[in-house]
Design a protein around this ligand. Structure first.
Ligand code: SIN
Length: 278
């Protein structure tokens, strides 16, 4: 068991913190898990350098924060470890995971709490991941816009994104996750409000006419990508990013083709999003 004082170094005022003085392959004690849980809810994403973990150790790490999630469509899983997704691209790749702003699998009724990505191979340059703070995205809207959005509900649909993309035509007839979630969500740990719509999965605001919904979503998707809310992580072999999938969105850069990038990802199950007015 590992009990150590964590050193946290914020990356930007709004997003991300480096955690030093920790070995993620060791089993973490309750105090450390508690400290990481609250740091995650505050900084949205935590970064760790120079780690070394087997898939089993990565699963153990994830399980300290909750039950592990099984992805509804991702085809590359580590043999013997269906909870471990291989994130991979090389000169033969036609798509990569997460190449636009999103929150992982937000189409699930209970979208993941968080994701832990451990990098094993990096391209000579490029392949960074961008993260953005959704509390800051909400806080920076005008009071009138905040009040307008609070209490609205949006559809998050997996089908338009997943069908034929990851699993191909063989999955004809497959049913993909589709859920409705509050547009403004309350974070269960921090109690703060945040914007919970994203380009990959959010297709419609339920209470609005289609044209109105399209216009508001377009405005919110643009708003969310402001650089002030972001940080950018340059991976090394052995780097780990642990993002809070409730208050962070992320975007993987694919600027390294035809080079190779490879990592392993475990995802932790979350709760149904809720909105709690003050
Ligand atoms: C993802 O899980 O969305 C991919 C992130 C990355 O490859 O950086």
């Amino acid at each position: 068991m590992q009990t150590k004082e964590l050193t946290l170094k914020p990356v930007t005022p709004y997003c991300g913190a480096y955690v030093e003085n920790i070995d993620l392959a060791e089993s973490l004690d309750d105090e450390t898990v508690e400290a990481l849980t609250s740091a995650l809810a505050e900084h949205c994403v935590l970064f760790f350098r120079d780690q070394e973990m087997s898939p089993a150790q990565q699963k153990d790490l994830g399980q300290r924060f909750g039950e592990l999630h099984l992805h509804p469509a991702w085809p590359r899983l580590v043999e013997g470890h269906p909870e471990v997704m291989e994130i991979y691209a090389d000169e033969n790749s036609r798509i990569i995971a997460g190449e636009d702003w999103h929150s992982d699998v937000s189409c699930d009724r209970e979208p993941p709490l968080g994701t832990i990505l451990y990098m094993l191979e990096v391209p000579p340059v490029g392949g960074d991941t961008l993260f953005a703070n959704m509390y800051a995205a909400f806080d920076s809207l005008s009071d009138r816009m905040q009040r307008f959005l609070e209490g609205l509900t949006a559809v998050h649909d997996g089908e338009p994104f997943y069908r034929g993309r990851y699993d191909g035509a063989k999955e004809e007839g497959k049913v993909y996750p589709r859920s409705e979630h509050p547009v403004v969500r309350t974070h269960p740990i921090s109690g703060r409000k945040l914007l919970f719509v994203n380009r990959i999965f959010t297709t419609r605001i339920v209470e609005l006419e289609k044209d109105e919904s399209d216009a508001i979503l377009r405005m919110l998707f643009d708003h969310i990508q402001q650089p002030e809310f972001q940080c950018r992580f340059q991976w090394d072999v052995g780097s780990v990013a642990f993002w809070d999938n409730r208050c962070a969105q992320h975007h993987a850069m694919w600027d390294y083709y035809p080079n190779r990038r490879r990592g392993l990802r475990v995802t932790i199950k979350g709760d149904a999003p809720f909105y709690r007015p003050e």
